[in-house]
Structures are given as structure tokens and as C-alpha cells.
Ligand binder design. Structure first.
Ligand SMILES: [Zn+2]
Length: 294
């Protein structure tokens, strides 16, 4: 998706509105009022369309992140285009510069667009799944004692838990700590019991094992990193990419935004083999909030 292609498809606000209209109220969509399969026609001068039978008005932006904002629809689409057009994303600061709005506005748009990129509602992971956790800002060295380790974790760098299907999808969550309760909760929520788990030898994973089809542990403390199929290279690779991605775009990110950055990052990662350009994948995520939609 090039910039000139973007301009060709979305030359103005009307084109963007028409796109949303086709997405939510395409020909044959049931009218919310008269319940007939209708066509909706643009009402001149308004961002609304009316039912061909009963004249009921529908608003394509209602219930979306675009509704009732002072920013034009085309700028929103352009912001999505910019956020989709680099491998690791861009910062709100870059967005401010590129689209010429205040930082406050750019930051709000950035956050809103990010909310689209979540993986809620997607199927849990399955198959061979590598699981690992990392203190954001680095994992302690393997040689520290158990006591020392728990001290380090008490000083609380946020912990990120990543679960990766070999050759497939990833889920990543900020968890409260690397204790049994937090790790078990997240893994059982996101990984099906029929999966084979691959982890390091951290105790919380050992007690998790009975809930899964199988469990292979890599003995990092004995400096064994790959033992046939038993390794956690995929998930470690994900962490490596994530951390260098963060460094490329930001100097660091605050804990408050860590999960939303993970969401954006995993959204990209999970579509790395997809033929659909990222711009369309992101735009596809625009949904109507069922409660707010009129
Ligand atoms: Zn109608």
C-alpha cells in the first residue's frame, strides 16, 4: 500500500465515509428500523445515510473510534495508514509531526487506533507452544539463587508472559509477577490443554504441566539451550524482536503502555505470513461498539 494508492482510494472525507458505509451498511443490509434488506443513500451535507424504504438514518461512524471527534475522517484513515506502513509502527510523536495535529490529539488517536489491535475473541493457542516470561528490562541471570531472584522480582520490573505456537501465532500479556498464580492463570486462558508445552525449568511451569498433554523443559541452568525438539528459541526470538522493535521506535515505554504496545506488536507478528497488507488488516478491525451503535 503506497501513499499514492492511499490517496487514490481515500482522496477526501466522503471516500472514507463511503468505505465505512459499505462495511457496515452495504447493499442488502437489514435496516435497523423496518428490518428490510435495504440500500442506504447518502443524505447530502450530512455524514448519514437513509434507508431506501423507511428513510431511517444510519451513521457509519456511530460506535466507532471515529465518531464525534474533531479530527477529520481522512486524517484518521491517514493515521492508520502511517501506523501500518512501517514494520515496527510509529510513535505518537511521529504521528503528530506527520499529520499536523497537536501532540495531545495525536496521542489520543494513537491510543484509539491501538485499541483496535487486540486479539480478544481469537481462538486459544494450540499445538507445540513455547512459553516464557521476561522481566521487561531484562531477565535475571540464571545463576542467582532462588531467594535473590524473588527479591529481584519484588523490585518489580513488569513481567511479560509470551506464548508462541511454533510456526504460528503469539499471545503476550503483562502479568503481575512470575508466580504460580499469575502464570497458570494466563497460560490456561490462552493455551488449549491439548497442547505440548515447552518452557524453561522455572517451578511455576512444572506445576502447570499436569493440565497439558505434555511438557518439555529446557535446562537453562545446566547451560543446555537446545536439546532436540526441546527448546524455547521461538519465544526467545519473539522477545528479542519485541525488544529491538521497542528500542527502534521509543527509547523505552512506560509500564502503563506496555500491554498496548504488545498488542500492536503481536498483531503484526501474527500476520507476518498474511498476504493482506497491514493497512487493510488494521482497517478491518474497525468495529461498531454494539452498545453505542445507533
Ligand atoms: Zn428502513
Amino acid at each position: 500500500m503506497t501513499y499514492s494508492r492511499f490517496l487514490e482510494l481515500f482522496p477526501d472525507n466522503d471516500a472514507c465515509l463511503e468505505y465505512l458505509k459499505d462495511k457496515f451498511f452495504g447493499d442488502g443490509t437489514e435496516c435497523p428500523k423496518c428490518r428490510k434488506a435495504s440500500k442506504f443513500h447518502r443524505i447530502t451535507g450530512r455524514s448519514a445515510y437513509s434507508c431506501q424504504y423507511c428513510g431511517h438514518h444510519v451513521y457509519p461512524t456511530a460506535g466507532t473510534i471515529f465518531h464525534k471527534t474533531t479530527v477529520s475522517l481522512q486524517l484518521w484513515f491517514f493515521a492508520i495508514y502511517l501506523m501500518s506502513s512501517t514494520r515496527c509502527g510509529i510513535s505518537a510523536k511521529q504521528l503528530e509531526r506527520e499529520i499536523g495535529v497537536t501532540y495531545k490529539t495525536a496521542h489520543r488517536m494513537f491510543k484509539q487506533i491501538r485499541t483496535l489491535l487486540n486479539d480478544e475473541g481469537e481462538a486459544p493457542l494450540t499445538g507445540d507452544v513455547e512459553v516464557d516470561e521476561s522481566a521487561y528490562g531484562g531477565k535475571p541471570h540464571a545463576y542467582v539463587t532462588r531467594n535473590k531472584l524473588s527479591q529481584i522480582y519484588k523490585t518489580r520490573k513488569p513481567t511479560v508472559l509470551a506464548m508462541v505456537e511454533r510456526g504460528g501465532r503469539v499471545r503476550a500479556r503483562v502479568v503481575s509477577d512470575r508466580g504460580t498464580r499469575a502464570l497458570h492463570g494466563a497460560v490456561t486462558q490462552h493455551v488449549l490443554p491439548s497442547s505440548m508445552l515447552f518452557t524453561d525449568e522455572w517451578d511455576a511451569y512444572r506445576t502447570l504441566a499436569p493440565r497439558y498433554r505434555g511438557h518439555r523443559r529446557i535446562k537453562h541452568q545446566a547451560h543446555v539451550y537446545v536439546d532436540g525438539e526441546t527448546h524455547t528459541n521461538t519465544v526467545e526470538g519473539f522477545f528479542g524482536l519485541f525488544k529491538s522493535g521497542v528500542r527502534g521506535v521509543y527509547h523505552s515505554i512506560s509500564t502503563a503502555y506496555l500491554q498496548s504496545y504488545l498488542n500492536e506488536y503481536t498483531f503484526r507478528y501474527n500476520r507476518r505470513f498474511s498476504a493482506k497488507p497491514m493497512f487493510w488488516a488494521m482497517l478491518d478491525q474497525v468495529e461498531k461498539d454494539r452498545l453505542a451503535s445507533a
